[in-house]
Every structure is written in C-alpha cells, then in structure tokens.
Design a protein around this ligand. Sequence first.
Ligand code: ATP
Length: 536
Amino acid sequence: AAQTMEQLVSLCKRRGFIFPGSAIYGGLQGTYDYGPLGVELKNNLKLAWWRANVWEREDMEGIDAAILMNKLTWRYSGHEETFVDPMVDCKSCKMRWRADQIAGKCPNCASTELTEPRPFNLMFKTQVGPVPDPESFSYLRPETAQGIFVNFKHVLDSTSRKLPFGVAQIGKAFRNEITPRNFIFRVREFEQMEVEFFVKPGEDEAWHQKWVEDRINWWISVGLSRENLVPYHQKPDELAHYAKATVDLLYRFPHGLEELEGIANRTDYDLGSHSKDQGSLGLKARVSPNGHSTEKLTYFDPETKQHVVPFVIEPSAGVDRGVLAVLSEAYAEEQVKPAPAERLKPVEEALGAFLKSVGRNEKLPVEAKNALLAEGERIAGALGERLASMTGLLSMPGAESIEVAKKLRGQVDPVVDEFYRTVLHFKPRLAPIKVAVLPLKKNHPGIVGVAKGIRRQLQSSGSMRVVYDDTGAIGKLYRRQDEIGTPFCVTVDFDTLGDGESASSKDTVTVRHRDSMTQERVAISELEAYLREKMA
Ligand code: ATP
C-alpha cells in the first residue's frame, strides 16, 4: 500500500489518473479532474457498486435524480438549518479552519489565538432562472439521498415493490468545505453512491447490522483488505439529528484512519419530514411541521392493512474516497531483482547533491521545499528498498525547476527501470486497462499486423478495455503497464509468426501476468476465453 499521499498524487498526475482542477488558471481549491485512466477506474468502481447493489439483488431499484431540486427540499430535510460546520478564524494569519479538525491550533502558523467557532452552512447557493429575484434560488445538492426520498412514491407506484426494498443512486454532490484537503479525500465537488433501504419499523436494527456487514464485504471484493477497514460506532453525541445509530466505515488512508462510508439508521425522519398531514402518521422521529408537501410518503402494508412510514437504512459511500482507497491499497513499490552496490552508489551521491540544492533554492516555496527534503531523506534512509519513489520525488512540485533534478533523473531512471517497479495491484475488474497488446518489434509489419488484429478482436468482445502500445522496448512497456495496473500484457513475437526457434509456437502469444510477472504461451484462438476467465 502507499506510504504517503505524495506517492499517489505524483503517480496520478504523471500517468493521467487525476489532475488538479483548472490548473492552467492557478487551480480551484477542492476540485480535481479525472484523466484518461482515472475515468476508467472510477467508472469501474461505480459499475462494481451498481452490479452488487442493484443488478445482483432482488430488492433494489435504481434512479438518477436531478442535482437541482426545489429549495423546499432542503428546508424540510433539515439542511438549511443544520448542515453546518463550526468555523474559526486564526487571528494571527487570518486563515479559516473547521474548528473540529484543528485541535485549537492554527495548522498554518501554529497560533492558538482563534475566534469563537461560528456555524457555516456548507451548501452552494445558486440562482435558478434568468430573473435575479431573491426567491429564485436553489442549492447544489450536498447529498444524493434527498432525490431518493422525494421520489419514494414514484418508485413505489411504478414498481409495486413490497417492503423491504431499496433505491440506489450514484451522482454528484457539492459541499462548500471550509478546508478541502488530502487530495481527493475532501473536495468541494464529489460523487456519492447511496442506497436508501426502506424497512418495516422494528426490523431496522437487524437490517442496519446486515448492511454494515454487506458493505464491508463489498469493499473487500474491490480490493481493500479487512485490516485496513475499521467499523466505528458513533457515540450518541456524535449522531446526526436524524440518526438513531450510525456506523462509519473507516479506512487507513495514507493520511490516517478516516471515514470512507457512513451507514446510518435514519428512522422515519426523512419520509416523515417530507410528508403532509404528519400528525396522522404516528412518526417516531421528531420532524418540523411541513406545510408544503402534497404527499404522504407512506407504504400500505397489505398484511396489516395499515399505512406505515418505513424506516430507512442508508449506506452512503464517497466514490472519490473509494477511488483513493483502492489506489492506495493497490500501490506498491517492488524490487524486481537486487541492485548491486556499485549501481546504487552514484545514485546516492546524486541524491545528496539534489537535496543540498533544494536546501539552497531560494525560489522554492517553503512547503514544496520541506516536502522534497522529507521525501528525499526518507529515500536516502533506505535507498535499496525505496529507490522506486525517486521517480515520484522528481516530479513533485518545484522539483522540475531545479537543474540538478534533471541530472539526478538521468541517473535514477535507468537504475529504477532495471531493478524496481511501481505497480498497482488492482483487482482485474477495476483496472482501467485490462489488456495491453505489445509488439516485440514495432517496425515489423508481420508482428504489428497480428498484434493490431488481436487488439481489435479482444476489444470487439466489448467486455474489456484493450490498448496497443509500441512506445518502447518490451521491458519498459511491461513496467509502464504495471504502473497503471494493467493485469495482462499480450506480446506478439517472431514465434507467433512461426519464424522463431520453436515451430509449435506458431499462432501463440505470450501472456504476462502483472502480479507474478510470470509468462505463459497461449494460442491466439483461445486468448479471449483465457483472459475472460482470469478476469472474472
Ligand atoms: P466527513 O465527516 O468526512 O465530512 P460526512 O460524515 O459529512 O464526512 P456524509 O455526510 O456521511 O459525510 O457523506 C457520506 C459520504 O460521502 C462520506 O462517507 C464520504 O465518503 C463522502 N463525502 C462526504 N463529504 C465529502 C467531501 N467533501 N469530499 C469527498 N467525499 C465526501
């Protein structure tokens, strides 16, 4: 797994997983853009969630609701009043912070002179329609859940579902976080994967427990290890106003043990809050009187012949935090073979020179300087094992401005390429690219023709993303595919054409496995079935 966030940030930028948002204009804090590989990874994660939570269950429907909703939604959901974080200002450097995240001390200048915390509402307000009338506004949704609650009757009436059943949704949510940080962990625009699972009152606690187990198992199925997942039962004073019980699934991210998903028992609060004639519903939750809703969000129980307001169990996961967790868990820097001391020595010396020049560089911002020095020292401390991170070190902000970095790079890269690799051990299902087809010689018409044909044939199966790559020598190509987590490389060589030493290898290719780095010879005619089976 990744040891530091910098390793991931650097790999993500270098290989096109995730970029800082609007970078050419100096960026926009709390926003990130998913690049060519990031979008594949994120889509694969969302698809895995949708499969497990919608297709493979018999008690679930999906929806995709609008991001903009009537602003009354946010009044009755309680967000206008209570969706706030406590904000403080540092009296000394004027930075703003979330009071509950900084333990009484300004993280920027270490001053303890802070203002009293005051509530800050996290919803983004936006004008709706062309007339700037003070009433024509709404909010960008801060959670996807409300889109499900307001559609409860529509889904029920159009599907004739019986309790218990759930509604699933994946979509964007927006929060004007006071201090976005830790890469894509806390951002202002993100995606959620949420289920609202409706159950009979009284059955809620058992279902809550079951969902916690289901969700842990799902995260394991996409590659997270059980040891890095910690269920945390919120204490009564930590619970949101609507919740009877909440279990946070914490994950050991590179920056610490933090929430990946929340699984809440929201009682009958939500459906009750959004209903008319609340007095007639026998609600358990305390809700504000609703003078606007036109519906009673109830379920007619055919057995008892009574209308009930279902309780809601809500597993709510962040897609971006999921992507971060999966990346972090999959990341590894591995030694491929031992590097002899005489090859390491020049690198060690060059690293020393690099660190000295960073220390002397006046133009480098203090933050970048400290990060570079810390990372450099970490590598220097254990050069043998940690050499692979040097590639990351050299692409850290500020590093490229230094002449010495370029020289260092020239010395590091060949050693890293030969003795180390960075690899993403994704589950094949999540890998952005499933198969890379590589020609042993990029100018050989026979080899190229067969390789391109294999790419087309595999791609047309429709079940996997397949690329053709001829941008380097074969060893280099394997490393590049390892680094982006491609589980299989298919190499076409002279044996494939029947021109090699062994005539029996005609019409076969080499399949090279990412994790074990072992290779097998497989007949082209059996390739698709072979890969499909390994991918399942
Ligand atoms: P936190 O305490 O970390 O602010 P939360 O408890 O407010 O999170 P929920 O309201 O429970 O979060 O939202 C459900 C999920 O949505 C979270 O578990 C997380 O994965 C994701 N999420 C919430 N806020 C953000 C954010 N600012 N950036 C990225 N993901 C987020």
